[in-house]
Design a protein around this ligand. Structure first.
Ligand code: SAM
Length: 255
């Protein structure tokens, strides 16, 4: 199974990207959501709640889902520690379903690129559309293509709360220029007192998108008013070296 975000991967994610850690996205999403219609917000692939928890604390009515129980556990704990009531469920991009409709759906951190089949990705965008109220907005971040072709084989490490060591070795094992995907082997290790406690291998697959390609995919799903922004400057067209491309689009009032 790919993109599983298992026990060690979730632990590392939470150490590396704890609640409130921002890449410019925390401020961007907050600002964009303040401009929107009143109504509930949905964050698919909510993860440990890095973005979700501060938005909830700021008073936004936001709900989330994620495919990984381990990631959801971190998010639930963070909400519990802050006495925040949170609506969090285990669902996937491909099959999620709600009775209600949302004023906005947000997908930060390039999580949409975890949907690696282009036909499934189109169906997920249609599912987003169907879960928005008329005039509702989708806001999705994608990593720029350049980020996919950097050096492979990096080793990173983190010291956990109790002094244990966590390491991550990242090997890109396949690049498919037709499907626009990379497959990496992420090997996580947990060390205690110099002894290996456990190890985990995650098959990590991502898809890259062209800027126009993704705008067309949004339009094909029924969205209008597509605004593409680079590096979290709303309305500023992406430039050559921008690392993050944000797409915002609307379900039409009569759609
Ligand atoms: C990069 S993290 C993003 C977490 C959070 N949104 C943030 O901004 O920090 C990606 C998340 O996507 C989740 N995920 C992976 N595949 C998924 C799928 N098919 N459906 C729903 N969530 C998925 C993972 O479990 C993980 O929590």
């Amino acid at each position: 199974m790919q993109n599983r975000y298992g026990k060690l991967a979730s632990w590392v994610y939470n150490l590396d990207k704890p609640i409130g850690r921002s890449f410019g996205d925390q401020e961007y999403y907050r600002q964009r959501l303040e401009h929107g219609d009143d109504g509930p917000i949905l964050e698919p692939a909510v993860g440990n709640g890095r973005i979700f928890v501060p938005l909830l604390e700021a008073g936004f009515r936001i709900e989330g889902f994620d495919a990984s129980d381990e990631m959801l556990d971190y998010c639930r704990n963070e909400c519990r520690n802050r006495s925040l009531a949170a609506s969090l469920t285990r669902q996937t991009f491909e099959e999620f379903s709600y009775e209600k409709r949302f004023a906005a759906i947000i997908v930060p951190a390039g999580s949409f690129q975890l949907v690696t089949d282009v036909v499934s990705a189109g169906a997920v965008l249609k599912r987003f559309y169907d879960h928005l109220s008329p005039n509702g907005r989708v806001i999705i971040d994608l990593d720029a293509i350049g980020g996919f072709f950097g050096p492979s084989g990096s080793i990173r490490s983190w010291v956990a709360e109790d002094g244990d060591l966590l390491t991550l070795t990242d090997h890109r094992v396949e690049t498919n220029y037709i499907a626009q995907t990379t497959l990496s082997h992420l090997r996580y290790e947990h060390w205690h007192g110099g002894n290996l406690v456990t190890t985990e291998l995650d098959l990590f697959k991502l898809r890259w998108w062209g800027v126009n390609e993704f705008s067309l995919a949004l339009r094909a799903a029924g969205f209008t008013d597509v605004v593409v922004s680079g590096n979290y400057r709303y309305g500023k067209a992406p430039q050559k070296d921008d690392e993050i491309i944000s797409f915002e689009a609307r379900r039409p009032a009569n759609g």
